[in-house]
Design a protein around this ligand. Sequence first.
Ligand code: XMP
Length: 323
Amino acid sequence: SWTTGNVIEEQVESIRAQVGDKRAICGLSGGVDSAVAAALVQKAIGSQLTCVYVDHGLMRKGETEQVEKDFVAATGVQLKVVDAQERFLSALKGVSDPEEKRKIIGREFIRVFEQAQAEIIADEGPAVEFLVQGTLYPDVVESGGGTGTANIKSHHNVGGLPEDLEFKLIEPLRKLFKDEVRMVGQELGLPEEIVQRQPFPGPGLGIRIVGEVTKERLDLLREADAIAREELTAAGLDRDIWQCPVVLLADVRSVGVQGDGRTYGHPIVLRPVSSEDAMTADWSRLPYDVLSRISTRITNEVRDVNRVVLDVTSKPPGTIEWE
Ligand code: XMP
């Protein structure tokens, strides 16, 4: 019968057999799937696994620390953190178009990740033959099977990386659904904040700033987002909503009054949604008192924000994210 204990035992055994005395690498995104996959492989092969986390500066408050400290503390995993904040900021400079932002973030991410890979491969030690991926059962079905190898193309010159590198894949979550992955993560002792994490897009806060992405705007949005998350958690609503993007309308200004003075600041949008699979969604009917607390705190605590608005659009026609 299916138990998380059985799944873990089975996977640990087969990963050990598969990897032998070679090494594996795994990219961590901060999300549930890659974290649980990495924790499982770490349990199987220990220091033969190295994880890579690219800090693109587009994460929310506390998320990088969650990976750097809590995840490492819970698993003992070997982690290489690449601070690429400056690189992403300068690549995004002057860019407002959503698709352009996504392309740039995706491209830079691959470059930084491959560079880190190349450094790991170049150090002393057994060959790095395996790449760990947090592929879930629904992903397998959607893509019609899967191949078992990954071709990492390098579109550029990174020191030491072969032109066309082939990894064998380790996908320990291939037979699992999301809720099962969470159970396995819990059994492996991962922190609640990682295991129960709501979906968060790969391009991060970069696609939650309508307008150009700058350090100042990211810091501002991070503060507003942290307040909204804090209040939603305090109200016990985390399990009721699918996710709640917090969006900064950086190119919009409106007049306000704070204290004795007129202000001319930016609006923050709250986009709480309920959903089964993110394909369709409805806006969450959050209690007014919770909305009120979030609004009061954001306008009091976040500089340059003088208005909080609620997105009451379902999907379709609106997507969950604004970009
Ligand atoms: P939309 O905005 O298309 O979002 O309604 C549906 C779900 O997907 C998430 N999302 C992404 N996740 N990379 C990701 O890993 C992305 O580029 C991306 N864009 C959107 C979004 O947060 C929602 O859960």
